[in-house]
Design a protein around this ligand. Sequence first.
Ligand SMILES: Cc1cc2nc3c(=O)[nH]c(=O)nc-3n(C[C@H](O)[C@H](O)[C@H](O)COP(=O)(O)OP(=O)(O)OC[C@H]3O[C@@H](n4cnc5c(N)ncnc54)[C@H](O)[C@@H]3O)c2cc1C
Ligand code: HEM
Length: 392
Amino acid sequence: MLTADKTSIIKATVPILETGGEALTTHFYKIMLDEYPQVRPLFNQAHQASGAQPRALANSVLLYARNIDKLQELGPLAGQIVNKHVALQVLPEHYPIVGACLLRAIREVLGPDIATDAVIDAWGAAYQQLADMLIGAEATMYDKLAAARGGWRGARSFRVARKQVESAEITSFYLEPADGQPVIDFIPGQYLGLQLVINGQEVRRNYSLSAAPNDHGYRISVKREQGGLVSNFLHDNVMEGATLGVFPPAGDFTLQESTAPLVLISGGVGITPTLAMAEAALAKGGRNVIFLHYARDGKARAFGKTLADWAARYPRFRHFTVLEHGDAGDAHAVGRPTIEHMQNWLPAGLDYDVYFLGPKPFMAAIKRFLLTLGLPDERRRYEFFGPAEALD
Ligand SMILES: Cc1cc2nc3c(=O)[nH]c(=O)nc-3n(C[C@H](O)[C@H](O)[C@H](O)COP(=O)(O)OP(=O)(O)OC[C@H]3O[C@@H](n4cnc5c(N)ncnc54)[C@H](O)[C@@H]3O)c2cc1C
Ligand code: HEM
């Protein structure tokens, strides 16, 4: 526990963090990535460049400082961080590096008048308290993943058993463990961590599991990002028969048990976790599944045949596809998402659960429509394909 003195120093620094938190975390990342090459593979440089990662860290530090005397209020944020850390294999030995860089950034950005020895001391103790909490929760999750049937710890070698082109931009990779042993179950909505070496540099990325769990392997579906390091490497250089390092599944955007109708709304490659959710819910039975998918155009549209096959096989499945541009073809509409789509295609009344994912402006629009319809907050869940951000 922090002393009362240190707690009040932390609380007193909240206004400073509110205005300068992002500058501080940006400086922190620069120090860490320049001086500690051993942690570089964990971080996605594009998330630093866009500011999304420094913003996510600044927001969490701010929330932490505000709640320093009532840590239980951190609630879902801690779970979100732990899942992200586990999927990228953040380990206890990484924490002192982050702690040292954070304290140095506080000193250098705030200057000696504000960052006095007492302030640094209080933040050092507070960081340790938070680090201990995360290290403990992460150790529990690593142990659980290693102990479960088909589970493992760290990177396990998987073979690309099959590559399947799904659209002009998306290709699926069917991954099977090189040791031929079973794989751990996951909850639909979760993702894997991939470990690759590209041009002699180790890199890691997360990819959502795009098919329901089975005993022997996983499917991920990857969009080719213009200028993207890993997605292009996977598309162009990772052929059937190649092996990849894979970290066990994690993630807190997970399909919850329910019999209420399940509404899945995706934009572009955001379709991946919703495919796993739909497939698992349909196989289990007992609930209606309504699937809305928005694609840029006919060429970018993926998994059309899968959706049509499910519609033919499962009376409880209905799907609607909207193309932003071009001919509608067999899609249901052309344009961007509208509230009329929700009014026309979602079940009447508000007794349903919604999971959605796509580009940030897309998700912001969906969230707004659901609010306008009056859907209670606890009935919607969403995920980011990157550091969590505010949607408002
Ligand atoms: C939980 C989760 C689940 C995900 N699931 C999926 C999935 O199912 N399918 C999928 O396709 N993706 C998924 N992603 C995204 C995936 O992890 C990668 O971020 C994505 O494939 C892009 O990686 P990349 O290495 O190809 O691109 P990056 O090299 O990371 O680049 C991304 C973009 O940023 C630009 N960029 C890179 N570096 C810089 C720089 N220094 N300055 C400015 N711009 C820069 C690039 O040109 C490119 O446009 C998921 C992400 C998360 C967090
Ligand atoms: C108390 C210490 C820490 C806090 C408060 C913290 C907080 C966070 C937060 C808020 C996120 C974003 C989660 C999201 O996407 O929603 C995150 C992601 C991440 N953290 Fe930490 N973290 C801490 C320690 C560490 C350490 C020690 C490492 C390893 C060096 C690390 C590596 C990462 C990585 C690699 C990501 C994902 C980055 C990305 O998507 O580009 N973190 N962390």
